[in-house]
Design a protein around this ligand. Structure first.
Ligand SMILES: [Zn+2]
Length: 159
């Protein structure tokens, strides 16, 4: 997208307005011209080919503890991806959070703690997502076994 002066607009911010409207702000760095687009969440998604967090959603994310932040970011972006939207708003965060109400069977939880740290976060997200996709409310050992074979088969294969 180009400014009248011939320079490219730079994406500056994405603000949440009322009633699921968002406001995209662009700026021309050469002449200082601002361009704003008001649209709804879904249409705004057309402007981004990867997840774009609204200022408000980003603020909520920034307040999370550092070890939780990447997990929440991943979960919400995965959820947005399944919905085929790229604009991540606070509403979407809440929606994704509600969807993420997957509990862990005690045996599965115990087993999760034995998975090495860097893989554990990924495994947890993957398992909860798979459980959600199947409409399960709980991650079980059986599900872990299945996922392990499919995703982590090489890393944890046993004879
Ligand atoms: Zn300009």
């Amino acid at each position: 997208m180009q400014c009248a002066c011939g320079s490219d607009f730079r994406y500056e911010a994405l603000e949440e307005w009322e009633d699921l409207q968002v406001f995209l702000r662009y700026r021309c760095d050469r002449c200082g011209f601002h361009l704003g687009i008001e649209t709804d969440h879904r249409k705004a998604s057309m402007f981004f080919d990867r997840p774009a967090w609204t200022d408000e959603a980003q603020h909520r994310l920034d307040r999370l503890p550092p070890y939780v932040e990447p997990l929440v970011r991943q979960e919400v972006e995965d959820y947005a991806d399944r919905k085929r939207i790229t604009v991540v708003s606070t509403d979407l965060m809440t929606e994704a959070g509600n969807q993420g109400m997957v509990s862990w069977h005690p045996d599965a939880r115990r087993r999760l703690t034995r998975i090495p740290g860097p893989v554990r976060a990924m495994a947890r997200v993957e398992l909860e997502r798979t459980a959600q996709d199947r409409g399960l409310s709980e991650v079980t050992v059986a599900l872990m076994e299945e996922i392990k074979t499919r995703y982590f088969g090489l890393a944890t294969s046993r004879s």
